[in-house]
Every structure is written in structure tokens, then in C-alpha cells.
Write a protein that binds this ligand. Structure first.
Ligand SMILES: Cc1cc2nc3c(=O)[nH]c(=O)nc-3n(C[C@H](O)[C@H](O)[C@H](O)COP(=O)(O)OP(=O)(O)OC[C@H]3O[C@@H](n4cnc5c(N)ncnc54)[C@H](O)[C@@H]3O)c2cc1C
Ligand code: FES
Length: 275
């Protein structure tokens, strides 16, 4: 018999890292490994309260624990942020389709993140790093509103020990006194002079707030990226996560099953994709 797809597996919180004033990373140890691939998501539940979808941000190759980076925005995330190591939550998944690493092999991979959108991209970067020579070049462009809104701040200088393998540039919308890097929205570090890329043959992967995804996609098309090589995380409101309830409908697709990662050519004709 199939296990119940609605039944969450208990997972203990073993560590909590404060990333920004409203974002924390939770390290979980599920009762049994939850083998996921970069880009897939899980439904995380707080017993007696509810559940919400999140994309693991840790290396998919680490089997016994999983990290999830969560921004506090409402009911479930507020309660999650109050939990301490030792608390037990529920995990359902993995759900949805992963980033297609096969389609990226042999190509340049441009990863563009905004705010907490770097979370799923961190899992992708870890997966790329494991076979780094398989990709022509890895480029990271990451922006947040202010320096204190950058996630994984302590790791961004040496990029988890892989700085030599990545052409990386960061930006903030508004600098503070300690910031010596670039100032401007993320599309300003996709300009010639700040980005050298092989747009005709390369792959771009974008995750961030809807407005950032919209303007980044316009910029990538301008640069010459093909619509079917621009990968977008469409974080639609979800409920069941398994293609039954219709909450996540996106044209003819269910974002929970056919996504959450879509190439731009699949969604470009659909209405309200950036809502
Ligand atoms: C596939 C997927 C992966 C995600 N991965 C992450 C992640 O790694 N880290 C992270 O911090 N967040 C992620 N999210 C967003 C996260 O699911 C929502 O922030 C969460 O559901 C909010 O729950 P809540 O009960 O705290 O907020 P609620 O009380 O439900 O709502 C608070 C506010 O957020 C809005 N909102 C709620 N859910 C969504 C949603 N799914 N999309 C857009 N707006 C929403 C509501 O309209 C409301 O304005 C992901 C969403 C999806 C669909
Ligand atoms: S969340 Fe229910 S169909 Fe996608």
C-alpha cells in the first residue's frame, strides 16, 4: 500500500540560525531521510496550526538532516520562528520537480537570487559544486534590500569554500555605512561590465520576489537568453502539494506537480504569473 501522502513525518529541529531580522535557517532531522533534489519543496507543518511549502536550502547529498531557510510573513512562519532546537515539526515530501541538472551540463549557469530567494538556489549551488567541472562556468548574482537582508552573510565571501569556481557579485538596494559593495537593484549587476556571460548558450536560474523575477526575466531576454533556458521558481499559493486541490493552478499546470520550477516559455503567455 502507498504511504499516506498527507501524513507528515516528524522532524526534530536540531539547530536554528538567524540569517536576517526576519529570516532564519532551521536544521531538521526527520525520523527517516527525506531524499530531495535541488528545487523540490516540502510541506512543513506545525502540529495543531497548519503547514506551508518551503524549498530545502541545504545540499541534497546530505541525507540525515535538511536545512530550510524561512522568512517570517504570517501565521505558520511566525510560529516556526518561535521554535527552538528540540521542537518537533512535520515534513511532507519531497514534492514537485527539481532543477534539471542534466540540461545544465556543459553550459554556463547564471544563478540570480533576490532576498530569501537564495534559499532554493543554495541547494542548487551545492549540487552544481559537487560536479563543478561538468558546467562551463557558474555565475552568481545576488541582491537584497539592505546588507542586513542578505542571507548566508557569513558564507558569501568564500561561497562555502567554492569562491574560486564562481563568478559572484552581490548588491543591495540601499547601502549602509559598512557596505563597500555595489548599490542598486539586482538587474544593475546583470549589465555589461558587471556581467560577462554566454547568453546564447547559457542557462539562467532565477528565484526571488515576483517583482524581481519579472524585471530579471526581461533583462535576461534582453541579454539573449532563450525563454526555454530561463528557469523560474513559481511560488504559487499551495495546499495539498500533490495535484489534488487546484490551489496552485497556473494555466494548464499545477505548480506543485508540474513545477515549482518552470522555464519561461511555459508560463510567458499566462495571466498574472508575477502575482
Ligand atoms: C514551492 C514553494 C517554495 C517556497 N519556499 C520558501 C522558502 O524556501 N522560504 C520561505 O521563506 N518561503 C518559501 N515559500 C513561501 C512560503 O510558503 C510562504 O511564505 C508561507 O506559506 C507563508 O505562510 P504563513 O502561514 O506564515 O503566512 P500566511 O499567514 O498564510 O500569509 C502571510 C502573507 O503571505 C502571503 N503568502 C502566503 N503564502 C504565500 C505563497 N505561497 N506565495 C505568495 N504569498 C504568500 C499571504 O498572501 C499573506 O499576505 C515557498 C512557497 C512555495 C509555493
Ligand atoms: S497545491 Fe493542490 S493542486 Fe497544487
Amino acid at each position: 500500500m502507498q504511504p499516506d501522502p498527507y501524513a507528515p513525518m516528524p522532524a526534530a529541529i536540531v539547530d536554528v540560525f538567524a540569517e536576517t531580522p526576519n529570516i532564519k535557517t532551521f536544521r531538521l532531522r526527520p525520523e527517516a531521510p527525506v531524499p530531495f533534489r535541488a528545487g523540490q519543496f516540502v510541506e512543513l507543518s506545525v502540529p495543531g496550526l497548519g503547514e506551508a511549502p518551503f524549498t530545502p536550502s541545504s545540499a541534497p547529498s546530505v541525507a540525515d538532516t535538511m536545512e530550510i531557510t524561512i522568512m517570517r510573513v504570517g501565521l505558520v512562519t511566525e510560529r516556526l520562528h518561535a521554535l527552538k532546537p528540540g521542537a518537533v515539526v512535520g515534513v511532507r515530501g519531497p514534492l514537485g520537480k527539481p532543477y534539471p541538472l542534466e540540461a545544465m551540463r556543459g553550459r554556463e549557469v547564471l544563478v540570480v537570487g533576490g532576498g530569501v530567494g537564495l534559499a532554493p538556489l543554495r541547494a542548487l549551488l551545492f549540487a552544481l559544486f559537487e560536479d563543478v567541472t561538468a558546467y562551463r562556468k557558474i555565475i552568481l548574482r545576488y541582491g537584497a534590500r539592505t546588507p542586513s537582508d542578505l542571507v548566508y552573510r557569513g558564507a558569501l565571501d568564500d561561497l562555502w569554500g567554492m569562491a574560486d569556481a564562481v563568478d559572484a557579485m552581490l548588491t543591495v538596494d540601499r547601502r549602509d555605512d559598512g557596505w563597500t559593495g555595489h548599490e542598486g537593484v539586482v538587474t544593475t549587476i546583470l549589465e555589461p561590465g558587471r556581467l560577462t556571460c554566454d547568453a546564447r548558450n547559457g542557462v539562467a536560474v532565477v528565484c526571488g520576489p515576483p517583482i524581481m523575477m519579472k524585471f530579471t526575466t526581461v533583462k535576461l531576454l534582453d541579454l539573449g537568453y532563450a525563454p526555454d533556458r530561463i528557469y523560474l521558481s513559481m511560488e504559487k499559493n499551495m495546499s495539498c502539494g500533490i495535484g489534488k486541490c487546484g490551489h496552485c493552478r497556473l494555466g494548464a499546470y499545477y505548480a506543485c506537480q508540474d513545477g515549482p520550477v518552470f522555464t519561461f516559455d511555459k508560463v510567458q503567455g499566462l495571466s498574472r504569473i508575477w502575482d
